[in-house]
Design a binder for this molecule. Structure first.
Ligand SMILES: [Zn+2]
Length: 158
């Protein structure tokens, strides 16, 4: 089965993330979708999709009695959970690639600085660090490097 078939539509993807959180009634999905994303998802998308997932054995349902009504509770099968994990990995990779151009790397430790960070102007150049400790270490190491370089050139001159 193609993963793209599922990831192509964000609403379907989001329905899967809701199912991944735990068993849901169909109306739970509609409700959470509206509350979290501030937009409605059509029942004519949700129910056929659940059915489709069930046919592919990614979802199963049991019937629960609520008052005198019977409601279907949908939950992911193990296979469905595996699919979700793959989708989440792929999706986070997509997000990562999308935000990467704006990412900065700490000049000292090389870790990713998503926002803020610590900036210092060193040798006339604005340099980004994840924290002031890294900035401090960077400067100390920079000085050590300079000393090494100057002692090397002294050694050469000898
Ligand atoms: Zn750092």
């Amino acid at each position: 089965m193609s993963v793209d078939e599922f990831i192509s539509d964000f609403s379907r993807f989001y329905i899967l993330t809701l199912l991944y959180e735990g068993p849901c009634h169909g109306y739970n999905i509609l409700d959470k979708f509206r509350k979290r994303l501030g937009k409605d998802v059509s029942p004519s998308l949700v129910y056929p999709f659940l059915q489709q997932l069930e046919q592919k054995r990614l979802v199963q349902h049991r019937v629960e009695k609520v008052g005198d009504k019977e409601k279907k509770v949908f939950e992911l099968t193990d296979e469905g959970k595996q699919l979700c994990k793959r989708l989440f990995k792929r999706f986070s990779a997509l997000v990562y690639t999308a935000i990467e151009p704006s990412l900065e790397i700490c000049a000292h430790c090389g870790c990713k600085v998503y926002e803020g960070g610590h900036r210092e102007t060193i040798n006339g150049k604005e340099t980004t660090f994840c924290c002031k400790h890294c900035a401090k270490s960077y400067k100390i190491e920079g000085d050590v490097e300079k000393e090494l370089r100057s002692s090397k050139s002294k050694a050469k001159g000898r």
